[in-house]
Structures are given as structure tokens and as C-alpha cells.
Design a protein. Sequence first.
Lengths: 115, 115
Amino acid sequence: EAGVTQSPTHLIKTRGQQVTLRCSPISGHTSVYWYQQALGLGLQFLLWYDEGEERNRGNFPPRFSGRQFPNYSSELNVNALELEDSALYLCASSLVRGQLTDTQYFGPGTRLTVL
Amino acid sequence: GDSVTQMEGPVTLSEEAFLTINCTYTATGYPSLFWYVQYPGEGLQLLLKATKADDKGSNKGFEATYRKETTSFHLEKGSVQVSDSAVYFCALSASDSGGYQKVTFGTGTKLQVIP
């Protein structure tokens, strides 16, 4: 069974640009989560999508947005990039919608560098 | 809001030493608790979890017990190996004010095991 996949692996952008990151969940998983892992800050929850809808959002500005497609894959868009957006962006998927006991399965991440 | 506090790293141990990584949490209700591990250059993997008080999660020689009275979920291993070198994240899953699941991660503890 294929795991969570993310693309691209690495990205280098400049301030003010826009970026789109992509995630494909494990087959059969309907929930997709996005996290930002900045150096020294651990994982910060960004967004949760389930069944095509945004279900929850972390404490990030509106320039962080995304969507989930009918095949449950997801995109994370970041507009007007700032230097502090440089981080590893992790996507995770889970099988059961919103269950506290459910395990999230993580992809390898996309490393974004903003110059 | 919910929070997870882990001991500061890095933790450096010799091979076959005993490992403890402390984790305490604050949450309303009855969260599920998780330990994830991130090996160099990879995404996060679930190491173990516990979903109710006094449950013990275990995997690959690692153990952690859900202690509601002390709001703790300390990770232990009796004899570490060089291959255990990684960053370990403690996390909790709880319902937010809207009734949706939200996962909160600690900042991670880097473990270095030397031969």
C-alpha cells in the first residue's frame, strides 16, 4: 500500500511569490491535514480537510489556504511568501473522520525555502 | 488551549543506555496520546499511542503509559541503539470548541545515540 505522497520535495521561492504544494493521501483515507514544521518550533497545525471541505484551521493568516479534490488529494497554497514561511510542510492523512483515537500517517514533506 | 510540553533536547546517550523522554500535557476532556518519530530526512511515523487512562502503548521496545493523574505520557526504552537516533514528538488528539478533532504536537526532542 502506497503511503502519503507529497510534491515537490524541495522548493525555492522569493519573497512575495506564491507557491502550491500537493499531497495525495493513503488510498481510502478521506481526511488530509497540513502542518508547518519550522526550525525550532515543532509542528504547527495549519489546515484539516475532510470530504472536500475545510473542517478546521490553525492560527495562520488567510494567505495560507488550500483545497481538497474529489479524489481526496489536497493542495496547500501560500500567497505573498515571507521569509518566515521557510519550513518543512507536512501532509498527513487519516482513515476515520475526526476520531480522537485515529492515527495520522505523514508524508515525507516539502521543504520550502523563501529567499 | 491544549498544549504538549516535552523535555528540551538534544538528549545524547550511549548505546544500551536507558531512555526517558518526558511529556506532559494540558487538555480538556479525554485526549488520545501519541508518540511520533522522525528519522533524518523523513516524515513523521507513529511510534505508539494510548487512548485512555492507564493504557500502555508499546512498539519497537519503546513504551509509554497514559497517566491521567499526572497528565503525562513519558516515553521509555530499556536499551537504546544507534538506529534510534531521531526526533521524537509527543502529541495529543482532542476535540476543540467546535467539536472537531485537533492534534497538538510538542516541539520534539532530538535523541542522539553514540556507539
